[in-house]
Ligand binder design. Structure first.
Ligand code: GLP
Length: 264
């Protein structure tokens, strides 16, 4: 796992976007990206959008798969993740809407929708680079604590903490759905590369558990310790509980130039 500690949230976005853009260019026009919702990756998406605008990146033939969706929100609901992804990813990155996918949380048959989503990822050739945020309780996607480390796309019940954290996007906490459809930890682990971003002191416990704790379903993000190509990009506040923070800073400063994301 590569841990990159940045001085500011802006730097987190720039470093993570450089990494994602590098994968997109290396894989080519048909790259498949995995996209997260939430506030954490918003600046990263803006940085990628700037590259698209400048002509440095072309995402018109790329595909995207969102991590998760609320169950029960009708299509077009402003807080549905399909809508959030359309506004923060599809349009700014000038992606082709038909190539951008979100689990169908409004399906009559949720179990079938989960199976269909897994198949769609396989049919697209798998995810080349998965962008992730992390919940304050350590969830990635909506894989809440005690999610199976081998789980696939399925329905999950949101914890009270997650519903409280996400209530800011809704008129009232009563409007936050209780269930979601989320890629499993096993699904996320199948991505070829993973780039996780976190900012702020409210993520410090989750980041410490992810990077330095035991691999445990109690802190689902810790499964990324078993991923061969995981990059964790955090600001100083999110890094504040990392015991080996100085080592990560030193490692990044001493990274050989040929290994840097912007090396070519
Ligand atoms: C949400 C999403 C996650 C996201 C996390 C953190 O509920 N399902 O994909 O990473 O919680 O959200 P935020 O980035 O807003 O802190």
């Amino acid at each position: 796992m590569e841990v990159i500690v940045c001085r500011t949230a802006d730097e987190v976005a720039e470093v993570a976007a450089a990494k994602v853009a590098r994968v997109c260019r290396d894989v080519g026009p048909g790259v498949v990206i995995g996209v997260a919702t939430g506030s954490s990756p918003v600046a990263l998406y803006e940085s990628l959008a700037q590259r698209v605008k400048d002509g440095r990146l072309d995402m018109s033939k790329a595909s995207a798969f969102a991590l998760d969706e609320y169950v029960g929100l009708p299509p077009g609901h402003p807080e549905s993740y399909a809508e959030v992804i359309r506004q923060t990813v599809t349009e700014p990155l000038r992606m082709t809407p038909a190539l951008v996918h979100t689990p169908n949380g409004f399906a009559e048959n949720i179990e079938q929708a989960a199976l269909d989503y897994e198949q769609a990822i396989v049919d697209a050739g798998g995810v080349d680079v998965q962008i992730l945020g992390i919940g304050s309780n350590g969830h990635i996607g909506f894989n809440e604590p005690t999610s199976s480390l081998a789980s696939r796309t399925r329905i999950k019940t949101l914890t009270a903490t997650t519903r409280q954290d996400n209530a800011r996007f809704f008129d009232s906490i009563d409007d936050v759905p209780h269930h979601c459809l989320t890629q499993g930890l096993g699904t996320i682990m199948d991505a070829h590369e993973v780039v996780l971003v976190a900012q702020g002191v409210h993520k410090a416990d989750a980041i410490a558990a992810l990077v330095e704790g035991p691999v445990t379903a109690r802190w689902p993000g810790s499964v990324l310790q078993l991923h061969a190509h995981a990059t964790v990009v955090v600001d100083l506040a999110a890094a504040s509980k990392l015991e080996l923070r100085d080592y990560y800073v030193q490692t990044y400063a001493e990274k050989p130039s040929w290994q840097r994301f912007d090396a070519r």
